[in-house]
Design a protein. Structure first.
Length: 340
């Protein structure tokens, strides 16, 4: 099936068919519709190599896969990657996955992708303090969109992020409505951009409700065993509720409570973050904060393609609100533990 055959069926010139594929905005709506109907009826697919030579566009978007960081759990990122891939394909692009190790090596990987495949741009994720990728890509004039802020210094380029602080504040409000006054926070070690943002939401909310925050925060790496040990001081201090920066940390709270012959929810309420598949499967079901990962993936593609089309446009920053999903792990505190 060739472009010329499609042109004959649609009653237009081959150039018009090319415009319908590469620059549809140049055609009248009725002409574009007629050509698109012919393309669909004949099952025509553009030859990607030839199309790249004509348009100087590879229709490829690079996405580097990094090792799982404290800010992201694999099931959650799977939702993001699925949305990223589907949205890119709907726009006529493909996602090119590549290994992107931490440290200075990622810049080499990005350069190799540009040299070897001439990718149109990149989607970034797992942004962190001191992340060199945004500045490097901007310096080299390479379009990109990031899932996550830079966290330090001035913001460079387009990004989509989740308002983690607002999500944690909603969890505090929920617990206060249930009657909790001793609300602890189990987060990641200080220095994680997303983790510090979530901790700020907890501190801001408990202070807004006139509750103390001093001595009610603990830290752990994103591992269940470490979290179980880290939460012990909060339980010793009589917390009736624990908000965790991730569902993994929340599972550590579950383990610590059961080691004390206590029940999550019944004795101490627990809230997680990510609403991972495990949140609905554990008993009791874990109240957790759901991130709109599908929307994040779609927005990243939209921002990147807008940047490719108009490199001089003003940077766009999209911050999305998460949603608190309430389950059985948060209930009214025991009557003998209601005092601050």
């Amino acid at each position: 099936m060739t472009l010329a055959m499609v042109a004959r069926r649609a009653g237009v010139s081959p150039q018009t068919v090319s415009n319908a594929i590469n620059a549809p905005e140049l055609l009248r709506p009725d002409t574009l519709e007629r050509v698109q109907q012919a393309i669909e009826a004949m099952g025509y697919r553009p030859h990607r190599a030839a199309q790249t030579l004509r348009t100087r566009s590879s229709r490829l978007i690079g996405y580097g896969i990094q090792s799982v960081d404290v800010d992201r759990s694999t099931p959650v990122m799977d939702r993001f990657l699925h949305a990223l891939t589907q949205t890119a394909e709907e726009a006529g692009h493909r996602i090119l996955l590549f290994a992107s190790p931490l440290g200075p090596a990622p810049l080499t990987a990005y350069q190799e992708l540009l040299d070897t495949y001439s990718v149109d741009g990149f989607v970034l994720s797992d942004t962190h303090r001191g992340d060199p990728r945004q500045a490097w890509l901007e310096k080299h004039g390479v379009p990109f969109a990031a899932f996550g802020r830079m966290w330090t210094g001035r913001q460079i380029g387009d990004f989509v992020d989740i308002d983690g602080a607002a999500g944690i504040e909603a969890a505090v409000d929920h617990l206060v409505e249930l009657g909790h006054t001793r609300i602890g926070f189990l987060g990641w070690p200080r220095g994680s951009g997303a983790g510090d943002d979530r901790a700020l939401g907890w501190k801001r909310a408990v202070q807004r409700h006139g509750l103390p925050s001093r001595g009610r925060r603990a830290e752990s790496t994103d591992e269940v065993a470490h979290a179980a040990a880290a939460v012990e001081p909060l339980l010793d201090a009589g917390m009736t509720a624990i908000i965790a920066a991730s569902d993994t940390l929340a599972m550590g709270c579950y383990r610590a409570l059961r080691d004390r012959d206590l029940s999550p929810g019944q004795d101490v309420s627990v809230v997680g973050f990510d609403d991972s598949p495990a949140a609905a499967l554990v008993s009791p079901g874990l109240t957790s904060i759901d991130q709109p990962m599908t929307t994040v993936g779609r927005e990243c593609v939209r921002l990147l393609l807008a940047r490719v089309a108009d490199p001089g446009r003003e940077p766009e920053h999209v911050v999305l609100a998460p949603t608190l999903v309430v389950r059985e792990s948060t209930v009214t505190p025991p009557s003998d533990r209601l005092t601050p």
